[in-house]
Design a binder for this molecule. Structure first.
Ligand code: CP
Length: 312
């Protein structure tokens, strides 16, 4: 297995490495006792310059379940960034204390800058509107567990496809698998950027665009809902006009497949009505659980640790 020091973008991982992480995540659930102490004396820092619930806490839960320890901060204001310290100096310092760092920052490229200044692995836990590779790994594990495959499916991506970093990364990852089609559902103003369309075309992937969720739903195996990202808008009036473009409810799901998998990276605002939560097709809280398992697998992978007997 090729050694990877950092995870900045999902493209840092080969398809074989992604498949390996999925296998380790499943092994963690099936053979949990092998992993209880596997990271004893290892430390993870979670450096979150931007708010988070799932990513930060699932990283911390992941390291604790592996027998390691966790330290860090949950906002820029509670670190020396508030006094003007650069990202680079913060990472270099924290790298003296821990074995691995997961960081989230509002500025695109911040994890790359951080990674240049430390010798410990850096995991990008979200950089602005850019990348969120561990969400993509979470989504892949969820799809794999729910569908039993990663190929031959139609994925509908709905909502803010312009600023949605989770959508861009998921497309990059899923377009590697055979016969995966995308239906991109968004208002005109929140269409996916041209460079993403070019990537799909270059890879020979089948995709189409629509504003009509009800028309698209019957075709879908996966429906991936996303939040309109208030924090990325320059103009509040535009956000207010677009924020409730799509609200998934039971009525809209009437013509959906019986085995549709409904996903959402969360947090949700209004995109999925709470009445959908009890539908067996709703998988977004299961998805949050998958996030912990795949982050456990990723920490092990980047630290170069494998349980004895795995894969034999
Ligand atoms: N999905 C996700 O990144 O959630 P948080 O912002 O709560 O970490």
């Amino acid at each position: 297995m090729k050694e990877i020091k950092n995870l900045i973008n999902i493209t840092d991982l080969t398809t074989e490495e992604i498949d390996y992480l999925v296998r380790v995540a499943n092994d963690i659930v099936e053979n949990h006792s092998f992993y209880d102490e596997i990271c004893r004396h290892k430390k993870l820092a979670t450096l979150f310059f931007e708010p988070s619930t799932r990513t930060r806490l699932s990283f911390e839960a992941a390291m604790l379940e592996l027998g390691g320890s966790v330290l860090g901060f949950s906002s820029a204001n509670s670190s020396s960034a508030a006094k003007g310290e650069s990202v680079s100096d913060t990472i270099r310092t924290v790298g003296c204390y821990v074995d691995i760092i997961a960081m989230r920052h509002p500025k695109e490229g911040a994890p790359v800058v951080g990674a240049q200044r430390t010798t410990v692995p850096i995991i990008n836990a979200g950089d602005g509107g850019h990348f969120h590779p561990t969400q993509t790994l979470t989504d892949i594990l969820t799809i794999s567990r729910k569908k039993g495959r990663l190929d031959n499916m139609t994925i509908g991506l709905c909502g803010d496809l312009k600023f949605g970093r989770t959508v861009h990364s998921l497309i990059e990852a899923m377009m590697r698998y055979e016969n995966v089609k995308f239906i991109l559902i968004s208002p005109e103003e929140l269409r996916i950027p041209d460079y993403m369309k070019e990537k799909m075309d270059k890879a020979g992937v089948s995709w189409s665009e629509t504003s009509d969720i009800e028309k698209a739903i019957p075709e879908l195996d996966i429906l991936y809902m996303t939040r309109v990202q208030k924090e990325r808008f320059f103009n509040e009036a535009d956000y207010i006009r677009l924020k409730d473009s799509y609200i998934l409810n039971l009525e809209k799901l009437e013509k959906a497949k019986k085995d549709l998998t409904i996903m959402h990276p969360l947090p949700r605002v209004n995109e999925i009505s709470v009445e959908v939560d009890d539908d067996p097709r709703a998988c977004y809280f299961f998805q949050a659980l998958c996030g912990k398992h795949i982050r456990m697998a990723l920490i092990l992978f980047l630290l170069g640790i494998e349980r004895e007997g795995f894969g034999k």
